[in-house]
Write a new protein. Structure first.
Lengths: 327, 310, 368
C-alpha cells in the first residue's frame, strides 16, 4: 500500500515540476484528472470513479491524478482550470454538480475533454456520462414484488441518480404487483452508516422484507442491519459486491463497472477513433458496464420462474419497450 | 407496513435509542468529569473522531477488537494530555483550544484515512451482540434491551460507576472541589493542576471510547466526520443533566430516542413531513433543552476559568 | 436589567495589562501584534511538514507546489482572493464577537442564512433597478445572518444557554434547512438536481479584473475590516463590548449594558457572515446549492484568532488561509497529499496562537 503511494508520489513530483515550468512541456503524454467531492477512500460513488481512473491508468498507460474537493461549487471551476492549464486531455468531474463549472472552463481550454458523471449534457467537449441505475433497480423492483411482502428504499440524499434509481424500483415493483408497499427514507448523508443502519432496522421491524440502499458509503449500515436481522430479510448488493457482509440476504448484485465504461470513452478520445457525438448513457445493454447477477448462495435464491420473467423484462428494457424511468 | 404495531414500534425505538445514545453517554459522562473539575472541553467532538479512527485503524491492523478499544482509549488520553497542557499549564482559553482540537481531530483522521486506506476500504470485525439469558427471550422488549453488544451495556455501568466515583470517593470529592473552590483544594495541599489533568484525561478517554464504539461496535467502518455533532450534543446533555452522570445517561437516551424516532417517522411515507424537518429534530431539541434548563447554580463555579496560584 | 446608557470611551485603550503605558509594554504589544502571528504560522507549518514527512511525503516539494501554484499567474491569484473574501468577512465579524467573549462557533450557519436570503430576494423580486437590487440582496443576507446569530445571543441573555452549543446546533439546522429549500420550495423548476433558480445576470457583482471571476467583494471585505476596526477601537459601543468581553462585572459597574453588548456583538458577527454568504451567491455561485461552504465558518475562527481579534489583521490572516486552501487543491493534484491537511494546519495555527497569546499575556503581566 505504501509502495503504491510512493509510486504515485514519484509521478506527482514529475507533475509538480511540469506545473512550475509550464504546460508546453507536458503536452506529449496522455493525462487524465479526476475531481470528486468527499473522499475516494470510502466505498461507493467516488470509489467507482477512482477505480475507473486506475483502470485508465493501467489499460492506457495514462498519467492520472485526482483531487478530493470539499462540497463547494465555487471551487470546482478553479480545479478544472488547474488541470486543464497543466495540459490534462481528459478531466472527469464525478457528479452533476460539476457540469456548470466544466462548461465555463471548457471555453478557455479547447484541447481538453470534460466528462461529467450523472449528467446528460453534450456541449462541445463537455460530455455527460450516465449510469442508468433505474434499469437494474427496475429488475430489483420486479423481483421484490414477485417474492416479498413490502419493500424499503434507503437513500443518501435526494439527488437525481438516487431518485431515478428508486423511481425505477418503484415502476418495476408496481408494474408487477400494483399496490405493492414501498417505503423510502433519505438519511441526508452519504457517510452516516449509523443512520442507514437504524433506518433499515426500523423498516425491518415494521414488516418490510426487502431493503435496498443507495447511499454510497452509508449503504454498508443497511447490509449490516439486514445481516443481523437474519436470512428472511432480503436485499440486493448495489454498485459494489457486499456479499461478504450479507451473503445470505443478497439475492442479486448490481455491479457498475464504471471503469470499463470510462475506459471505452477515454480510449475513443485518446485515439481520436470514436469521440462521443452525444451524452453517454450506460444501461443493461452495456453488459461490460452494468451487470445484474444472481447470488446462488442466498438463503432463498431467486426461483427459476422469476428469473425467466426477469430475463423477459430485461430484454424489453434493452429493446426500449419498457421505459424504466417513466412516471 | 401492515404489521405495524405499537408495542413493536416502542420496543424497536427503544433499542435503537439506546444504541444511538451509547456514544453520547460515554462522551457526556466523560465531559462531566472534566467540567466538574472546572474545565470546559468543547473538543470532545474531535476527540471522539480520533477514538473512532484509532480504534478502527488498530483493529484493521491487528484484527483484535480489544486492542482497538485499548488503543482508542490511549489515544483519547493523549488527546486529553494535549488539551490539559494548553488549558491547565499554559492557561490558554479553553474554548479556543477546544475549537482547535475539533479541527485537528477532523483534519488528522481524514488525512490519515485518505493516505492509508485509499486502496482498502475494507471493514473490520464487528462486536457481536450479547444475548442476556432469559431476559433476551422476553416478548418485544427482550430483543430491544437484552440483545445489545457489551459496550452498550457498559454505558449504563459507566454512568453509575461515575456517580459512585464522583460522589462517594475522596478522589471524586476533591475533583469536584477543584471545580468549585480550587483555592480550598490547594490549601489542603493537593494539586489543582494534577486533578484537572486527571479529570481531562478521564473525560477524553471516555469520549474516545464513545467514538470507537461507532467504528467497532456499530458500523465496522470509519467514515470521515462520522461523529456528526454527537460530541456537541453531549455538551448539551451535560448541562441538561445538571452535571449528573446517571442523569446524563437518561438525557442521552432521550436524544437517542428522538434520533431513532426521526428515522422511523421518515419510513412512514403517509406522514408527508419533509425528511429534513425530522433530521433537524435532535438539534432543535438540544437548543430547547438548554432553554428549559437554564440553571446557573448547578454549574461548577470555576467552569472555564484557568486556575492561577495566588 | 442593566439598561443604562453607555458612557463615552475612556481615553486609554483597555487591556488588562496595558492600563499602564510604559514603553516596554508598548513594544511588547507590537511584538505581539506582528511577531506572534508569524511565529504561530511558522510553528503550524512546521507541524504540517512533520506530519507530511512522517507519512512519506516530501514536505518542501509539497509546499513549493502549493505556494508556487497559487502565485503562478494573475488568474490563480484572483481565484485565491475569491476564497479570501468570505474568510476575511467572517473573520472580521468574529473579531467583534470574540472581543466581547461571545464564542460564536456558528458563522457557518449564519453564512448559509445569508446565502439563502440573498438567493430568495435575488430570484423572487422583480422590477428593481439592478444596482439597488444588488444592494438589497446584500442587505438581506446581512440581516438574515444577524438574525440567525441573534437567536444565540438572545438565548444567552434570557436563558443563559451557552452560545457555543446553540450556535453549533444552529449550524446544523441552517444546513438542513438549506437542503430542504433547494430540494423543495426553492428548487429550480424542470431540473432534477437540487439547486435554486439562477440569479439574473444583471444581479451579478461587478467584476474587478476582466476575464477572471474576481468581483468587488474583496474590496467590500477590506473596507469593512477598516470600518469594524474603527468601530471596535474608536466608538463607545465598540468600547463597551470590549469591556464586557474582558470583565462583565466591571462593565456592569461602569454602567454598560452587558446584555445589549452581547447581542450587538454576536449580531454584528452574524451580519458579516451573512454578508459573506450573500456575496458568494451574487459574486461566485449565482444560485443556491445544498452545500455552499467548504467550512468557511470554521476557518473564519482561525482567521480571527490568528489576527488576535484585530479586524485589520484579519485581512492578512484571511489571505493566508486562502492561500493554504487554494494551494491545497494543487497540492493534492500534483503530490496526491490529501487536501484535508489544511484542517490540520488550521488547528495547529489556532493552538500556537493561543499558546503564544497566553505566554505573551504572562510576559506582559510580569512586565507590569
Amino acid at each position: 500500500m505504501i509502495v503504491n503511494r510512493r509510486q504515485i508520489l514519484a509521478a506527482g513530483g514529475a507533475l509538480a515540476t511540469a506545473t512550475l515550468i509550464g504546460r508546453a512541456h507536458a503536452a506529449a503524454e496522455f493525462k487524465m484528472g479526476l475531481l470528486v467531492t468527499g473522499s475516494v477512500a470510502e466505498n461507493g460513488w467516488n470509489r467507482l470513479a477512482y477505480d475507473a481512473l486506475m483502470t485508465v491508468k493501467k489499460k492506457l498507460g495514462a498519467k492520472v491524478s485526482y483531487v478530493e474537493l470539499q462540497q463547494d461549487p465555487a471551487s470546482f471551476e478553479s480545479a478544472f482550470r488547474d488541470y486543464a492549464s497543466q495540459g490534462y486531455q481528459v478531466i472527469l468531474g464525478n457528479g452533476f454538480e460539476f457540469q456548470d463549472a466544466a462548461v465555463t472552463v471548457a471555453k478557455d481550454y479547447p484541447d481538453s475533454y470534460f466528462l461529467i458523471s450523472s449528467s446528460s449534457i453534450h456541449q462541445g467537449k463537455v460530455i455527460g456520462i450516465n449510469l442508468d441505475s433505474s434499469q437494474p433497480f427496475y429488475l430489483m423492483g420486479v423481483i421484490a414484488a414477485k417474492m416479498g411482502k413490502s419493500a424499503g428504499l434507503i437513500g443518501g440524499m435526494q439527488i437525481p441518480p438516487i431518485s431515478q434509481a428508486f423511481g425505477g424500483f418503484r415502476n418495476g415493483a408496481l408494474t408487477t404487483k400494483p399496490g405493492f408497499g414501498i417505503g423510502r427514507v433519505y438519511i441526508g448523508s452519504f457517510e452516516n452508516e449509523v443512520a442507514a443502519k437504524e433506518a433499515a432496522i426500523s423498516m425491518i421491524k415494521q414488516g418490510v422484507d426487502f431493503i435496498v440502499p443507495d447511499a454510497d458509503a452509508a449503504s454498508l449500515g443497511v447490509y449490516l442491519a439486514v445481516h443481523e436481522a437474519g436470512p428472511q430479510i432480503k436485499t440486493f448488493s448495489v454498485y459494489t459486491d457486499y456479499s461478504k457482509v450479507a451473503g445470505k440476504n443478497i439475492l442479486g448484485t448490481y455491479i457498475a463497472d464504471y471503469g470499463a465504461g470510462i475506459v471505452r470513452v477515454v480510449t475513443g478520445i485518446k485515439n481520436g477513433t470514436s469521440i462521443p457525438h452525444s451524452n453517454v448513457t450506460f444501461g443493461l445493454g452495456d453488459p461490460d458496464v452494468i451487470r445484474f447477477t444472481y447470488n446462488d448462495n442466498a438463503a432463498t435464491p431467486v426461483p427459476q420462474d422469476v428469473r425467466k420473467y426477469v430475463d423477459e423484462v430485461k430484454s424489453k428494457i434493452i429493446a426500449g419497450q419498457i421505459k424504466t424511468m417513466a412516471g | 407496513m401492515e404489521h405495524f404495531n405499537l408495542l413493536v414500534f416502542l420496543a424497536v425505538t427503544l433499542a435503537a435509542a439506546w444504541q444511538t445514545a451509547t456514544p453520547i453517554i460515554y462522551a457526556a459522562v466523560g465531559e462531566i468529569f472534566t467540567e466538574r473539575a472546572g474545565v470546559l472541553n468543547i473538543g470532545i467532538e474531535g476527540t471522539m473522531l480520533i477514538g473512532a479512527f484509532v480504534g478502527f485503524a488498530t483493529t484493521d491492523l491487528t484484527g483484535s477488537l480489544a486492542l482497538g478499544f485499548t488503543a482508542a482509549i490511549a489515544a483519547g488520553m493523549l488527546t486529553g494530555l494535549l488539551f490539559a497542557c494548553f488549558t491547565v499549564t499554559i492557561k490558554a482559553n479553553q474554548v479556543v483550544v477546544g475549537v482547535a482540537l475539533n479541527l485537528l481531530g477532523l483534519g488528522l483522521t481524514s488525512f490519515l484515512f485518505r493516505t492509508y486506506f485509499v486502496h482498502t476500504g475494507s471493514g473490520v470485525p464487528n462486536m457481536p451482540a450479547v444475548h442476556i439469558p432469559i431476559l433476551s427471550g422476553l416478548p418485544f422488549f427482550g430483543v430491544a434491551l437484552f440483545q445489545q453488544n457489551i459496550i452498550v451495556y457498559l454505558s449504563l455501568a459507566v454512568a453509575f460507576l461515575a456517580r459512585f466515583v464522583l460522589f462517594s470517593t475522596s478522589f471524586g470529592l476533591t475533583l469536584r472541589a477543584t471545580g468549585d473552590h480550587p483555592e480550598a483544594v490547594a490549601i489542603t495541599g493537593r494539586s489543582v493542576v494534577l486533578y484537572r489533568y486527571g479529570a481531562i484525561m478521564i473525560g477524553s478517554s471516555l469520549a474516545a471510547l464513545g467514538g470507537a464504539f461507532l467504528t467497532l461496535a456499530d458500523v465496522n467502518q470509519f467514515v470521515e466526520g462520522m461523529t456528526d455533532g454527537r460530541g456537541f450534543i453531549a455538551l448539551a446533555v451535560v448541562v441538561f443533566s445538571r452535571w449528573s452522570p446517571v442523569g446524563a445517561f437518561f438525557v442521552s437516551l432521550i436524544f437517542g430516542l428522538f434520533y431513532a424516532l426521526q428515522l422511523e417517522l421518515q419510513a412512514q411515507p403517509s406522514l408527508g413531513i419533509p425528511y429534513q424537518a425530522l433530521q433537524a429534530m435532535p438539534y432543535i431539541l438540544t437548543i430547547l433543552a438548554l432553554v428549559f434548563v437554564h440553571n446557573k447554580q448547578d454549574a461548577p463555579r470555576t467552569l472555564g476559568v484557568p486556575y492561577n496560584k495566588a | 436589567m442593566d439598561d443604562i446608557d453607555i458612557r463615552p470611551p475612556a481615553p486609554a485603550k483597555l487591556y488588562l495589562y496595558d492600563i499602564s503605558t510604559s514603553i516596554r509594554i508598548r513594544s511588547l504589544q507590537r511584538l505581539r501584534a506582528i511577531g506572534f502571528p508569524i511565529a504561530a504560522v511558522l510553528v503550524a507549518l512546521c507541524a504540517g511538514a512533520a506530519l507530511l514527512a512522517i507519512n512519506g511525503f516530501n514536505a518542501l516539494d509539497v509546499f513549493t507546489v502549493m505556494i508556487g501554484g497559487v502565485f503562478r499567474n494573475i488568474h490563480s491569484i484572483t481565484e485565491m482572493l475569491l476564497i479570501a473574501t468570505p474568510l476575511i468577512l467572517i473573520g472580521v465579524g468574529l473579531c467583534v464577537a470574540f472581543r466581547c467573549s461571545m464564542w460564536n462557533i456558528g458563522a457557518e450557519g449564519q453564512y448559509y442564512a445569508g446565502a439563502v436570503a440573498a438567493t430568495f430576494f435575488g430570484v423572487h423580486l422583480n422590477g428593481l433597478p439592478a444596482p439597488l437590487h444588488i444592494v438589497l440582496i446584500l442587505a438581506a443576507g446581512s440581516i438574515a445572518g444577524a438574525a440567525w446569530a441573534a437567536i444565540a445571543g438572545l438565548l444567552k441573555i434570557y436563558f443563559n444557554a451557552s452560545e457555543i452549543v446553540t450556535t453549533i446546533m444552529l449550524n446544523y439546522i441552517a444546513t438542513i434547512a438549506t437542503s430542504y429549500l433547494v430540494t423543495g420550495p426553492m428548487m429550480e423548476a424542470g431540473v432534477t438536481y437540487p439547486q435554486s433558480t439562477e440569479l439574473p445576470h444583471a444581479l451579478r457583482l461587478p467584476i474587478l479584473l476582466p476575464h477572471t471571476r474576481l468581483h468587488i467583494g474583496i474590496l467590500i471585505a477590506i473596507a469593512l475590516a477598516v470600518i469594524v476596526q474603527a468601530f471596535l477601537f474608536r466608538s463607545s459601543a465598540g468600547y463597551a463590548l470590549r469591556v464586557v468581553g474582558i470583565n462583565p462585572h466591571a462593565a456592569r459597574y461602569a454602567g454598560i449594558s452587558v446584555r445589549r453588548s452581547v447581542v450587538l456583538a454576536i449580531s454584528i458577527s452574524g451580519a458579516l457572515a451573512g454578508l459573506a454568504g450573500a456575496i458568494q451567491i451574487a459574486g461566485v455561485d449565482f444560485r443556491l446549492y445544498q452545500n455552499i461552504s467548504p467550512g468557511y465558518g470554521f476557518t473564519g475562527i482561525a482567521v480571527a484568532l490568528l489576527a488576535y481579534n484585530r479586524p485589520i489583521g484579519a485581512i492578512f490572516s484571511g489571505i493566508l488561509f486562502a492561500v493554504l486552501s487554494a494551494g491545497s487543491v494543487l497540492m493534492q493534484m500534483n503530490s496526491q497529499v490529501p487536501q484535508v491537511l489544511v484542517f490540520v494546519i488550521e488547528g495547529m495555527v489556532i493552538l500556537s496562537v493561543v499558546a503564544f497569546g497566553a505566554l505573551g499575556m504572562r510576559a506582559g503581566r510580569s512586565a507590569v
